[in-house]
Design a protein around this ligand. Structure first.
Ligand SMILES: Cc1cc2nc3c(=O)[nH]c(=O)nc-3n(C[C@H](O)[C@H](O)[C@H](O)COP(=O)(O)O)c2cc1C
Length: 345
């Protein structure tokens, strides 16, 4: 099976198979937002994956939008993550930290009473998950100097991740969070150098990519993008051109990989001319990780068809810590069920 073959991301990072554990927010960090021993055991059990991408991890105190998500900005958090990286490495696994800022997808309850920050003051409609009956509120538009300091926070987070023993980081540019908010016209109404034209809307992401790769190396930097707006985001005609521009710029950068952010990758988008992964594949020449509703048979078939290079598995990895062994042994999987989110097994 191709899925079970070794894959070299680049000269510095090589994976024992092509199965990736997708980033999965689990909200089990302690009340200081430090990853625990229990979290390290959860990842250790999944170290058979060719690559683990951790749950989204906050680059700063103001990056939070959900309860008990871990961070990578304090000494305690770096020490906490070391438990995970050492256990995964002892099992011969590889692990990247997904680094994250939620932007407008937050609420003052997570921010010491302050409003969420975003490219522009455009409110997300809807209820805050797991927070009783609270609605999202209008975010505060970031000042230009604040945008620059968040780029710096991403750089520091990447350095902290390396200090914590990670093999690399995945920049979370997907799923309607802060970076994605800069990329879309609906959420970016700025008229400074970070908005107004597609080049300007791309600037925040591209400067983060440059800052992170300069700090830790292109070989250790992956990126997740959602060219199809599907979650916490509305599409505006022309957004697809911003993504084409970005992919074209990224072609010269030799990142470790590009990863599709979507829940169901069978969805076709008119404005992308196909699925999100097809769009990435067509416009980007490096390694592509697909994700979103795949099983191993479909993943195997699509890798043979050269639709992508690596397959990320999310929910089935929650239900089956031994996912890779089950694929190897052709053993039936335990079905995922939302109630499984209540405990970290
Ligand atoms: C409980 C849960 C938490 C998730 N957390 C994250 C996250 O922290 N970062 C991220 O990029 N995607 C996150 N996702 C999306 C997954 O990485 C994945 O793309 C999605 O579940 C589709 O893959 P699957 O069908 O194999 O589950 C999450 C999905 C679920 C179900």
């Amino acid at each position: 099976m191709k899925l079970l073959e070794e894959y070299r991301l680049n000269a510095k990072v090589s994976l024992k198979n092509r199965i990736v554990m997708a980033p999965l927010t689990r909200s089990f960090a302690d009340d200081n937002l430090v990853p625990t021993e229990e979290i390290s055991n959860y990842y250790e059990k999944r170290a058979d994956a060719g690559l683990i991408i951790t749950e989204a991890t906050m680059i700063s105190r103001s990056a939070q939008g959900y309860p008990n998500t871990p961070g990578i900005y304090s000494k305690e958090q770096i020490a906490g993550w070391k438990k995970t990286t050492s256990k995964v490495h002892a099992k011969g696994g590889k692990i990247f930290l997904q680094i994250w800022h939620v932007g407008r997808v937050s609420h003052p309850i997570y921010l010491d009473g302050q409003p969420a920050v975003a490219p522009s003051a455009v409110k997300l409609e809807g209820r805050v998950p797991r927070a009783d009956d609270l609605q999202y509120e209008t975010p505060r538009a970031l000042e230009t100097h604040e945008v620059e300091s968040i780029i710096e926070d991403f750089r520091t987070a990447a350095l902290n991740a390396i200090e914590a023993g990670f093999d690399g980081v995945e920049i979370h540019g997907a799923n309607g969070y802060l970076i994605d908010q800069f990329l879309h016209q609906h959420t970016n109404k700025r008229n400074d150098k970070f908005g107004g034209s597609l080049e300007n809307r791309s600037r925040f992401l591209l400067q983060i990519v440059d800052a992170v790769t300069k700090a830790i190396g292109v070989e250790r930097t992956g990126l997740r993008l959602s060219p199809g707006a599907y979650f916490n985001m509305e599409h505006t005609k022309g957004d697809e051109l911003t993504f084409k521009f970005i992919l074209n710029m990224l072609n010269d950068k030799n990142l470790a990989y590009l990863h599709t952010g979507i829940f169901d990758d069978s969805m076709s988008f008119d404005y992308l001319g196909g699925t999100a992964t097809e769009f990435l594949r067509e416009n980007y020449s490096g390694t592509v990780i697909a994700s979103g509703g795949y099983n191993s048979d479909k993943g195997e078939q699509d890798i043979h068809l050269n639709k992508f290079d690596l397959l990320a598995i999310g929910r089935p990895f929650i239900a089956n810590p031994d996912y890779v062994a089950k694929v190897k042994g052709n053993i039936e999987l335990t079905a995922y069920d939302e109630s499984m989110l209540g405990s970290l097994v």
